[in-house]
Each structure stands twice: as structure tokens, then as C-alpha cells.
Design a protein around this ligand. Structure first.
Ligand code: SF4
Ligand code: MSK
Length: 658
């Protein structure tokens, strides 16, 4: 090989230790290199991000363009139609918010469809598992439940929640959960969502060529659309899933690739909608299918989750979880995955090629997500077992015909997951006086400095899990209680933060509270739609009292340190619009110091909302979040002089040795 070519090839070789802190993923990436298999990490290395797009300095909203502005001098020129950098950036942002909101609200719609069919008796495979939650939500939304049968209450609730989608005027039902002062701010600025279809439609309209050309006005409709996700689609997905499948309570469960079992038929479910997973749980427990697996030489069937539906059933049922978004191709490199079934969202098209390399049976199951070259077995919630049984049968055939060597990283991390809002209420207050009062009291007395939501994806553009873990370490060390969902929850679980014993990593105040209650300093709430649980918790903190009148008054902050999905942007914006300071890592498609940038990072806060922040470095992120929490404590008059504990190298080494 020519010297030049060799240099080029070496430059494209993965530096695995720079790519991930997940040892299991690293082991599989090494195997991928040996096997000549390509993953998203390889493609990210080869595919340099477009520098214009990375800063959102381009527009292709019409064919007079596409137009490119100069990210270094953003006011130097405008698009052919005259659009300024602020219009272009806010419209691009709007399109992301609309897409993310559509994803979560469509997911919520599926859950609502399922709920209606179960209540009507048209689906027998699922039932209402949590009638108490059903009644609680119905009462909260003003439904009269006196003397009514469960089915009648459920149908009333269905029609009430359906308004979240179809309503063209008025306010969506879950605004009843929003603290009064927060709602006042929304009303003042005209951002109370009317209905999901209307808001998403209007945002797509307004962000088209020649419509809304004022960045602040566009941002307003972004807020309205994002709020219909957080307090609408996502909240419905969470509440209906709890009612149908059970509200999570803490459960011990294992996470990481070591949950695969060499002598078992291994089946992975990856995606977002829990109905596929719930049905698969029935299929793998079916005695005839277990017998078929044994007849094929297996010891049994091993069901494992990945990504968000994995995080949801991990939290709800303690089903083992094999890894987050940046490990979904790598898991198949073990050779031990007999079948992987996917539904919607965060499903890489690259899975198809890796599955082919290792003979894994990969199936799409949802009519909204098919992949060219991948077999589709449609999941119909009226007959769910037809799909999931067929996947198990295929997995058994693959197990019987395994030819390639198996290499499963022997790493498993045991932890406690499943801290729903309801359980936090009970955990802190007990059965008869369930309440958030002890949490608020401990924030007021300073043992807990504040609460941070650390959520979101992993992204091959940054070292997998590292930013999540470093950020959380520094937050808890500074007495900030951390709540988590999605791929971030899995990152911390793999790093061992989900045991009550990990309280020793927390600052003395938070540690004391954790030890008293017996909880870890990092609480896992479930999937990314379960970020709605964080909104509910914020509303409850305001209602409990002592921490201000609106969500914007609370000493809380949020972060998505390794985000990649449009859904993450929508989540970020519904937290901001709800009053929370939210920091995004990786980088963000925006140019510093443009008017739109200043509006997101300063202007929104001046209007009574939260605000956006951006930082790549986890320690910088932690600093920004803690400063914000301290600012809120000061405004509430509960600040005591205290220093931020810097997490230096010595402290880090001490932890690593422990
Ligand atoms: Fe260019 Fe304006 Fe068309 Fe965008 S909408 S591509 S800025 S002409
Ligand atoms: S799965 S949206 S990578 S969290 Fe919800 Fe993970 Fe982000 Fe998908």
C-alpha cells in the first residue's frame, strides 16, 4: 500500500477508547474491526459533519435555493427570498420541534388507540393493570367517577384525552396539571396548546417559505408545539402505558451486554412503543415456545430490551437492558442475538447490514417503519401474539443454526430502576401521607441543592456515555438530585450509579437524604416519553409549596449531554417553555450571538419561560446548571453561602479506585 493510502486508512481507523467509555461496546467495536463490519461509529468517522448545516446556516425550504449563508459572518448576506440568518435558523429549529413533537404525539396516539380498543373489549390480550391510576388521572382531569364502572370511567378518560389531538380551540386537558402561574405565563404569550394536530400543522405552515419571518414569533409557535408534546402526547403515552401495563415501582434489574446468555435463544426488542414488548413478554413465557426452544438445544428464551422501549420495561418490569442507542449495532456483533424486533424511532438503517453479517433475524414490525431489505412482520395490536410468536419461532430457528463464534462481553450492572412520580410521592411520604413535602423541605433546608433532569440520547460524534456520566458525577457531588430517562439512564446504570450504595458519591447533604430514604442519588424514570414524569414532578414540587409559584421559580435544571434526535430538541424546548433552564451538549445547529441565539439563551427567560444553554464539556455544563440552581435558590431566599465542589482529578481517581 502506498504511504499516502496507508496514512489515509490509519486516519479512518477507530480510536476505540476515544469513542466510548462503555467497555462492552468497546469490546464489540474491536471485534467489528476484526470482522470487517461497519457501525455508526465507523460511518461517523468517515462522514464529516457539514460545517454549514452544523451551524444551521443553510435553508432548503424552497427551490429558489438551497441557500447558504456564511456562518462566520452570518449577517453578511440573506437568502434569495431575503430571509435573514435569524429567520433561517428559527425555521430550521421549528422543523425539528415539529418533527419531534409529531413523533411523541403519534406514539401517544398509538397508546390511546390501544387503550380505546382494550376498553371497548375489542382487544383481549391487554387489560387495565392499574385501575387506581386510571381513577386518579380521571379525577385530576375533572371527570366525574362517582358510581361509574371502570370501563365507563376509562371511556370518559379516552374521550377527554382524545381532545389533545383533535381539538381546534381551547386548552389541552393536561393543562389542568400545570401550576397556575406557569399557565398564566403561557396564556399571556399565547402558547397554551390547543391540540396536537393543529399546533404541528401551524408550525409546519409558519416555517415554510414566505410565511412567518420573525424569529421570536416562530419561537412562540415552537413553544406551543413543544408543549403539546410534553404536556400532551408524551404525557398521554406515559399515563396510558401505566394504566395498561402498570405504574413502575422500584425494581432491581441488570443492564449491559452481559445480560445476553450464550445457551439461550436471545431476543432483543428495540424501539419505543411498549405494546410490542408487552406482547413479547407473553410469547417468551408461552410453555410451547419454551419447549420449542429447548427442543432446539437451548436452555430457554432470554428476552432483553434496548434503547427506549427497553428502558420502559426495565423500569416497569425489571426486564434486563443490553445498552443504549450507540450500542444497538454492536450488540449483534456478539453473534448471540438470535432475533431483534424493532418498532419505531431511533432504529438505525445500518442495523440491517450488521444483522446480515451475523445471521441475526431482524424484523420491522410497525407499518410506520419499514427498512429496505429487512423482513417485516406486522404487529397488529388486535392480534399481537401472531407477530411476537412468529419472531420467537424465527429466533429459535436461528439459534439452531448458529454457525459463527459467540463473544458476549461479560459485563452486567445491577441497579434499581422504576421511580415513577407516584412512587417518589409514596417513598418520601409513606402510604397515608404520600407527598413531596420531604423533598421540598430538604431543598429548602439545603441538604438537596436542587434537582436536575439528565436525559437524552447518545451520539457517535462524542465519546459514548462519558458526557452523561461526568455531568451526573459532578451534579450529585454538589448535592443535586438527578432524575433520568432514556439512553442517559442506561449510560449511568452501566457506570454503576443505580445502586443505593452509590450515595457515597454524593455530597454530604444529598447522601444523608439518600441514606435515610434508601434511594440512589440518581433516579431512573423510564423512556424518553417518560420525561413527562419530570414535568409532573416539577408541577408537584410547586404545588407542595415553599419553592415559588411557577416551574420557572424552582431550583431545577435539565440537560441532554449527548443528544442527536429531533425529539430531543422538542423535549428540550418543552422544558424551556415550561420554565426550566436546559443545557444541550454535542453542539447545536445555531450561531452564537445571532438574535435568535440570544432569544433562546436570554430572551425567553425575560418573558417568564426557562432558557436554553449550550456546552460540550460536562464540567462546564454542571457549572452552568449549578449556577442556575443557586440563582433560583437566592431568588427564593433559601440560599446559604456554599461553594461548588470542583470534581478534580484526585477525586475522580479516588472514585475509580473505589
Ligand atoms: Fe433560500 Fe428563502 Fe428559499 Fe430558504 S426559503 S431556500 S432562504 S430562497
Ligand atoms: S431512545 S430519542 S436515542 S434517548 Fe428514546 Fe435514546 Fe434519544 Fe432515541
Amino acid at each position: 500500500m502506498e504511504k499516502k493510502q496507508r496514512k489515509k486508512a490509519e486516519a479512518k481507523k477507530l480510536n476505540i477508547r476515544e469513542i466510548t467509555t462503555c467497555d462492552a461496546t468497546a469490546q464489540m467495536l474491536e471485534k467489528a474491526e476484526r470482522d470487517g463490519v461497519e457501525t455508526a461509529h465507523h460511518r461517523a468517522l468517515k462522514m464529516k459533519a457539514c460545517p454549514i448545516g452544523a451551524e444551521s446556516a443553510c435553508c432548503k425550504h424552497c427551490f429558489m435555493g438551497p441557500c447558504r449563508l456564511n456562518p462566520r459572518d452570518p449577517y453578511e448576506k440573506v437568502g434569495v427570498c431575503g430571509a435573514t440568518i435569524d429567520t433561517i435558523q428559527s425555521r430550521n429549529f421549528a422543523r425539528m420541534v415539529a418533527a419531534g413533537a409529531a413523533a411523541h404525539t403519534d406514539h401517544g396516539m398509538s397508546m390511546l388507540d390501544l387503550f380505546r380498543e382494550v376498553v371497548k373489549g375489542n382487544i383481549k390480550d391487554y387489560t387495565i393493570k392499574d385501575p387506581i391510576k386510571l381513577e386518579d388521572v380521571a379525577v385530576e382531569l375533572g371527570i366525574d367517577i362517582e358510581g361509574k364502572a371502570i370501563e365507563e370511567i376509562a371511556m370518559d378518560l379516552y374521550y377527554e384525552l382524545e381532545r389533545t389531538y383533535t381539538q381546534v380551540e381551547g386548552e389541552i386537558p393536561f393543562t389542568k396539571r400545570v401550576p397556575e402561574k406557569t399557565l398564566e405565563t403561557w396564556r399571556k404569550h399565547g402558547v397554551v396548546p390547543r391540540g396536537a394536530m393543529r399546533e404541528i400543522m401551524e408550525l409546519l405552515h409558519r416555517s415554510a417559505i414566505g410565511v412567518d419571518q420573525h424569529y421570536a414569533n416562530i419561537t412562540n409557535q415552537c413553544s406551543r408545539t413543544a408543549l403539546v408534546d410534553g404536556w400532551g402526547g408524551s404525557m398521554i403515552a406515559t399515563e396510558i402505558s401505566d394504566i395498561l401495563f402498570g405504574t413502575p415501582t422500584p425494581v432491581r434489574a441488570e443492564v449491559n451486554m452481559g445480560v445476553l446468555k450464550e445457551n439461550y435463544v436471545n431476543i432483543i426488542i428495540h424501539g419505543h412503543e411498549p405494546n410490542l414488548f408487552e406482547s413479547m413478554m407473553d410469547s417468551v413465557s408461552d410453555p410451547s415456545l419454551i419447549q420449542a426452544a429447548k427442543d432446539a438445544g437451548a436452555e430457554g428464551i432470554n428476552l432483553v430490551g434496548m434503547c427506549c422501549s427497553g428502558a420502559e420495561v426495565l423500569s416497569r418490569h425489571g426486564i434486563p437492558h443490553a445498552g443504549n442507542f450507540s450500542s444497538t449495532e454492536e450488540i449483534m456483533i456478539t453473534g448471540a442475538v438470535d432475533a431483534m424486533a424493532v418498532d419505531v424511532q431511533c432504529i438505525k438503517q445500518g442495523l440491517g447490514q450488521v444483522a446480515k453479517c451475523y445471521g441475526t433475524k431482524l424484523f420491522t414490525t410497525n407499518p410506520r417503519c419499514k427498512i429496505e431489505g429487512v423482513e417485516h412482520i406486522e404487529f397488529d395490536h388486535h392480534h399481537p401474539r401472531e407477530c411476537t410468536d412468529a419472531i420467537v419461532e424465527n429466533a429459535i430457528v436461528r439459534f439452531k443454526n448458529r454457525k459463527l463464534p459467540i463473544e458476549i462481553p461479560q459485563i452486567k450492572n445491577l441497579g434499581v430502576h422504576g421511580f415513577s412520580h407516584e412512587y417518589i410521592n409514596y417513598m418520601l411520604g409513606g402510604t397515608f401521607r404520600a407527598s413531596y413535602t420531604p423533598l421540598n423541605d430538604n431543598i429548602i433546608n439545603g441538604r438537596i441543592r436542587g434537582v436536575a433532569g439528565v436525559v437524552g440520547c447518545t451520539n457517535p460524534r462524542v465519546k459514548q456515555d462519558w458526557v452523561h456520566v461526568e455531568l451526573v458525577k459532578e451534579l450529585i457531588k454538589n448535592d443535586v438530585l438527578v432524575v433520568q430517562t432514556g439512553c442517559s439512564q442506561i449510560a449511568l446504570a452501566k457506570a454503576g450509579f443505580y445502586t443505593p450504595e452509590s450515595a457515597y458519591l454524593a455530597g454530604s447533604g444529598l447522601r444523608e437524604v439518600c441514606e435515610t430514604v434508601g434511594m440512589p442519588p440518581v433516579l431512573g424514570l423510564g423512556s424518553c416519553v417518560d420525561n413527562s414524569r419530570i414535568l409532573t414532578a416539577c408541577a408537584e414540587m410547586v404545588r407542595t409549596g415553599g419553592l415559588g409559584d411557577s416551574i420557572a421559580d424552582l431550583p431545577v435544571a435539565g440537560a441532554a449531554p449527548e443528544w442527536m434526535s429531533e425529539k430531543a430538541v422538542t423535549i428540550g424546548h418543552y422544558f424551556v417553555a415550561s420554565g426550566v433552564f436546559t443545557v444541550f451538549g454535542v453542539g447545536f445547529p445555531i450561531i452564537k450571538d445571532t438574535k435568535f441565539y440570544k432569544h433562546l439563551t436570554e430572551g425567553l427567560e425575560e418573558l417568564g419561560f426557562g432558557k436554553w444553554g449550550f456546552a460540550r464539556d460536562p464540567h462546564e455544563m454542571a457549572k452552568m446548571m449549578i449556577e442556575h440552581i443557586d440563582k433560583k435558590r437566592k431568588a427564593l431566599g433559601i440560599d446559604k453561602a456554599r461553594e461548588r465542589i470542583l470534581f478534580d482529578m484526585a477525586a475522580r481517581r479516588e472514585m475509580e479506585a473505589a
